[in-house]
Design a protein around this ligand. Sequence first.
Ligand SMILES: *[C@@H]1O[C@H](CO)[C@@H](O)[C@H](O)[C@H]1NC(C)=O
Ligand SMILES: *[C@@H]1O[C@H](CO)[C@@H](O)[C@H](O)[C@H]1NC(C)=O
Length: 422
Amino acid sequence: MLFSLPAVVLALGTAAGLVDAAPSPPRPLTIELTKRDLRLKNDDGSVNIAGLQAQTVALTHKYNRNRNNYRYHALGEGKNPESRMAREKRASAGTIQLTEQSMSVWTGKVYVGTPAVPFNIYFDTGSSDFTIASIACGTSCGTKQRYNYTASSTAVKTTRTVTTNFVDGTSSSGTLYTDTVTIAGVTANQQALVAASSLSSTVADIASDGLMGLAFSSLSGAYTSSFMFTVNSQGTAAYPYFSMRLNNNGPSEMTFGAFNRLRSASGNPRWYQLATDSGTYTYWQFGMAAPWVNNKTALSTPTNHIIDSGTTLIVAPPSSAAEFWSHVPGSAVYNSNFWTFPCASPPQVDFAFSRITLQRWGVSQDSFNLGYLAEDPTRCVGAVIGQNLGLGSSWILGDAFLTNVYVVHDVANKRIGLAIPR
Ligand SMILES: *[C@@H]1O[C@H](CO)[C@@H](O)[C@H](O)[C@H]1NC(C)=O
Ligand SMILES: *[C@@H]1O[C@H](CO)[C@@H](O)[C@H](O)[C@H]1NC(C)=O
């Protein structure tokens, strides 16, 4: 089975040896991330279409739940919990079983409770609940580390039961607690967390004990603040930031309470104010953004672009994806989600945000090219896919984009900072 291959552990580089005039955060603010190889490209370099297709299913689950939460909290729709549960049940009916290779998985160490117990947590900037396996969980939690709330002196149980996303977008549910949570030496007191009593069986094997969403509370099933927002409200971090370097070919890391200058090759980040949904902060998203192909804009109407570490590819509404691909010389439709391009002449793909089109952020060939077709090695599948996720005209920039930048999320000033990574 593909997913049983050992995870690729990306150790932190020996950055301490590199002299850098700019201040960098003390080491404890930064944790290394472990990437699991998803095997979306086969060993011979051909594309794993089944694995990619499974990603689209997982995304549908996740974005449906986010949307239901947003409608419930921000728009007051479905306030009757019964009808909401019924709707969620309907939404997840008839779904196919996912295989573990379908997720993009970036995990790191998170400490929960008093005394603090380490958990291996999957960081997802495209959702907002923190869910961990708990002692209330039966066999569906497999061999995961379980949160023992009776053993934590700082655990406080609430009366609420919450249904959340889990790693593959399927649901998990459990009781809402608050407890002390520490990441990279930064502590949030009374952080809301869902102690899962059930997980989808397909995710039981994943080398992650839980999922930490890092977006805004309007996407949260519990309508509670995610880690860095809690930390910021308690005033314990030096800067109201969490920063992420996702790297397919070297060390990956997250920094809480700072911006790690050692990871920037372009000095200070360039800041972009967040776009909202009808005045409500939801995702980490750029407004007035657009893709470019070979130095020309490839979308006539700029729109919101969401950044999401829990999405592998770059996802556009189908008509928007078609417009993008019409600008790629030699492109062809592969199926309802995917397009191909001539492997020998790949497009140069960049993104421009908030009308600042002079600075564009590129997607490397390595990130853009998902592999060649087994049936025609001259054709390669591209990372921009078409899928209707109910996000209006918005695009999602997943790992295929994020592995090309250093990203700073500023929870206080509601902005995203980008830097050229190193
Ligand atoms: C949880 O902690 C309590 C108190 O330390 C202990 O008695 C109990 O055995 C633990 N439960 C599990 C399932 O580990
Ligand atoms: C786009 O413009 C840059 C800068 O002028 C240039 O280096 C690059 O070759 C151009 N790319 C294409 C595909 O024309």
